[in-house]
Design a protein around this ligand. Structure first.
Ligand code: NAP
Length: 266
């Protein structure tokens, strides 16, 4: 009854760097369900990887887009419009904050680093949906990726946590503005997953172990956990009534209010 057939649907996936990228994990079930996909990548150095990954995907469109450039965003959506006509889905799975923001205490964050992190990690969703919405002529659905540091302090995340808070708030305002057009916008707040972006965060190894070991399910999440929820949120069949929402995929970690000391009886 709930088999998902996305034949005839078109999606744009932003943020694939390699096969460990969450964007790539999300692209798999979309393609398997029959959707035609476009992929945007930040710089031409990534194109050969994208070409290799998408070699078996019929009709895949590849286009460069650094989200800090309005010209590149305009060019991307011109390409998507020309190649696909209508757009149904957007996967926004990209973020960046300068290394100093992870290494130094938050109190030291520099103005330019704040702007860069906000621009790439939060404003980009707004810039993307401004251009995606006119192509979503039959409604649609967008998913972005967030993290618990948006609402709680997670050591070392610092500026990225602040940017994720802005991303989640932007997601809600976009969902409000675009809801009347039948466009849904949601965020997945994922627990730590080993990817290129994650490994650049100071102390990620400790954080990964802690998040898994202390979660309700006593495990870390897998790429497939995120991909499954993304498919549900993108598909109208499963997620049709959900918008403006942040959903946690973290094996229950976020919902624990207090941790007992090691060895204490639970
Ligand atoms: P990833 O594979 O490294 O993907 C991050 C992507 O962001 C890369 O493709 C990167 O491109 C792209 N990017 C950075 N700056 C950009 C720019 N100016 N223009 C266009 N693209 C840009 O890592 P990931 O973990 O899958 O990250 C995907 C999303 O999930 C991010 O929003 C991240 O914050 C979120 N997330 C990750 C985790 C986790 O533990 N992994 C947990 C929760 C949320 P380059 O490779 O060219 O820099």
């Amino acid at each position: 009854m709930y088999g998902i057939d996305l034949t005839g649907k078109n999606g744009l996936v932003m943020g694939v760097t390699n096969q460990r990228s969450l964007a790539w994990a999300i692209a798999q079930p979309l393609a398997e369900a029959g959707a035609r996909l476009a992929f945007s990548y930040q710089g031409e150095r990534l194109r050969p990887t994208l070409e290799k990954l998408t070699a078996g995907m019929e009709g895949a469109v590849l286009a460069e887009c650094d989200v800090t450039s309005d010209d590149q965003l305009d060019a991307l959506f011109a390409t998507v419009g020309r190649e696909m006509g209508r757009l149904d889905y957007v996967v926004h799975a990209l973020a960046y904050a300068p290394p100093a923001t992870f290494e130094n205490p938050f109190v030291q964050v520099a103005r330019d680093d704040w702007k860069t992190a906000m621009d790439v990690s939060a404003y980009s969703l707004v810039a993307v949906m401004q251009r995606a919405a006119p192509l979503m002529t039959e409604g649609g659905s967008a998913v972005t990726l967030s993290y618990l540091a948006a609402e709680r302090v997670v050591p070392h995340y610092n500026m990225m946590g602040v940017a994720k808070a802005a991303l989640e708030a932007s997601m809600r305002y976009l969902a409000y503005d675009l809801g009347p057009q039948g466009i849904r916008v949601n965020a997945i707040s994922a627990g730590p997953v080993r990817t290129v972006a994650a490994r650049s965060i100071k102390g990620f190894g400790d954080l990964y172990g802690e998040a898994g070991g202390r979660s309700m399910m006593k495990r870390n999440i897998e790429h497939e956990d995120v991909a499954g929820l993304a498919l549900a949120l993108l598909s109208d069949r499963l997620g049709g009534g959900i918008t403006g929402e942040t959903i946690y995929v973290d094996a229950g970690y976020h919902a624990i209010g207090m941790f007992l000391p090691e060895g204490a009886e639970g």
